[in-house]
Write a protein that binds this ligand. Sequence first.
Ligand code: HEC
Length: 204
Amino acid sequence: MRYVYLIFIFAVIATVSVLGFRGTKTTKNPLEIFPDMDRMPKYHPQAESSFFADGRTDRLPVAGTVARGTFIEDTYMASGKQGDAYGNGFPIEVNQAAIERGEERYNIYCKVCHGAAGDGQGRTAAFGMAAIANLTNAPYTDMADGEIFHYIGHGSRSGRMFGYKEKLSVEDRWKVVLYVRALQRAANGSIEDLTPADKEGLGL
Ligand code: HEC
């Protein structure tokens, strides 16, 4: 029975000490049980810092960072559309470096399904994934550049392929389109593409 009194007294003291002084004003510093939760060494946005040479706490994004949440598609460059229709032509500089960048991105993001040659025979086909588009054939060879660009960003019409706009910047998507065009050209080459000198060299 004694214990009951002791426990009761303890409970009263505990309750009063925790709840009893709520709302009381004091000039003393508040009791901080975990001060590091209140006072942590951190930078506030857009504050100054003596740590970095340029004096800013905010760092610039790493080169190649793809911005999220800023997909304003009001230009041909960003949407692949001219008016309501998909457009043709590349709004980026077309050169060897652009194709090589496209090849690199294609090999990272597309090859696994569409295959190194673009014929839809990637690793996933070997594991049984069906109906992967053979990008080197019609209708893909006849598609406008802007339409291919659009599907890369937003995914295929049937939804079986996801969009890559979070992973590929607008420029990189155009470069992938460029590389897809190169794959189509390579797959559909004919003897007529050779120069007379080349033909002669081959004894044709
Ligand atoms: C996970 C496998 C997979 C990956 C990775 C993939 N695709 Fe596809 N893609 C598909 C499949 C499956 C289809 C056919 C879907 C359909 O017919 O709707 C397709 C269709 C397409 C189409 C035609 C879309 C349409 O609606 O007709 C294009 C263009 C295309 N892919 C380009 C690409 C490019 C470029 C990449 C790399 C950025 C890529 N794909 C990555 C599986 C993939």
